[in-house]
Ligand binder design. Structure first.
Ligand SMILES: Nc1ncnc2c1ncn2[C@@H]1O[C@H](COP(=O)(O)OP(=O)(O)O)[C@@H](O)[C@H]1O
Ligand SMILES: [Mg+2]
Length: 329
């Protein structure tokens, strides 16, 4: 990618709220999330399971699960245009071409009764009309691009004939076939074993460098963040509590939650298996406290943390944290 292509903001999320309206109450799964993503950049979205990462992604794609989920507030600006205002038909045009997603489990993304070639063909034909030979050529090229050997043979195979890693590559090939400016990868390697995970992360990095797409990389694993991301947003109980360049966050995490998360990453050196877990549980998203949401687990808690939610503090260059105890830059 040319250096001058980097830097322009492709996605900006402002004060996004997605809640589940259930009979027993309102689950505030995404509750005031803001971040932006530049061309050619990988932003990590990291946090414990259940903190709202997937719901954030699904809100951006406008693919909320049925059963009460609604985006009730906020803006999702894709190249400056708020896609929350687009009709479902317009969204079908936007998905795949301008913003695309790879899910954790390739099983749910691939249809078991159609061949790999058919599924790629469908993705390609949604974008353009072309003679069948052309489409099949493009499908083969798409598989080659994600390092699938002998793509001419693979194309006739069905999902069950492929390994987990290979399936996830096919899902990746489909997701990027429309050359989207933004790719959301929601824990794309969680279902894969460790060596295959590393290969897949490398592949994503390479594709990103080739195409200049921006990636929102979702993970619960801070270890993977260091490998993949330029910046990281740390999410806790429906909100981003700290955001900044990966190096700064690793070297000087500011929010006590970020510190606890980093401390819980198993070290490459030293005794194996010394995994610190964070004590306590996150608050119920149905009954959130008025103050800081981490207060009940925070070693530094004070009265003011319980009384009011802390304002976002600028703690460094492009680095912010929501905490009463941090020192402004
Ligand atoms: N179908 C659902 N019905 C009700 N609440 C849900 C549903 N799916 C998710 N939630 C709520 O939204 C929260 C965030 O979920 P999710 O975004 O999937 O978390 P993450 O991806 O960070 O693990 C969950 O903790 C849960 O409380
Ligand atoms: Mg998730």
């Amino acid at each position: 990618m040319k250096p001058d292509m980097r830097g322009e903001t492709v996605l900006e999320v402002r004060d996004l709220h997605t809640h589940f309206f259930l009979r027993r109450g309102v689950v505030k799964a995404v509750d005031g999330v803001s971040f932006s993503l530049r061309r050619g950049e990988v932003l990590g979205l990291v946090g414990e399971s259940g903190c709202g990462k997937s719901l954030t992604a699904l809100s951006l794609m406008r693919l909320l699960p049925k059963g009460g989920a609604q985006t009730i507030k906020g803006e999702v600006l894709l190249n400056g245009e708020n896609i929350l205002k687009r009709t479902p038909a317009e969204m079908r045009e936007i998905r795949g071409r301008r913003i695309s997603m790879v899910l954790q489990d390739p099983q749910t993304s691939l249809n078991p009764v159609f061949s790999i070639g058919d599924q790629l063909r469908e993705a390609i034909e949604r974008r353009k009309r072309a003679p069948n030979v052309e489409v099949m050529k493009e499908a083969v090229a798409a598989l080659r691009r994600v390092d699938i050997a002998a793509p001419e043979q693979r194309i006739g195979q069905y999902p069950h004939q492929l390994s987990g890693g290979m399936k996830q590559r096919v899902v990746g090939a489909i997701a990027i076939s429309g050359e989207p400016g933004v790719l959301i990868a929601d824990e794309p390697t969680t279902a894969l074993d460790v060596t295959i995970q590393l290969q897949y992360l490398k592949l994503l990095k390479r594709l990103q460098a080739e195409t200049g797409m921006a990636i929102l990389f979702i993970t619960h694993d801070f270890g993977v963040v260091g490998r993949m991301c330029d910046r990281v947003a740390v999410m806790y109980a429906g909100r981003i509590v700290e955001c900044g360049p990966v190096r700064q966050i690793f070297e000087a995490p500011q929010h006590p939650y970020t510190r606890a998360l980093i401390a819980s990453v198993p070290k490459m050196t030293g005794p194996v298996g010394r995994l610190t877990t964070i004590e306590g549980q996150p608050p119920s998203l149905m009954d959130l406290p008025v103050g800081c949401r981490f207060a009940s687990r925070c070693p530094l808690v004070e009265q003011r943390c319980l009384d009011a939610y802390p304002a976002e503090v600028r703690v460094g260059d492009a680095h912010t944290a929501d905490c009463w105890k941090v020192t402004p830059a």
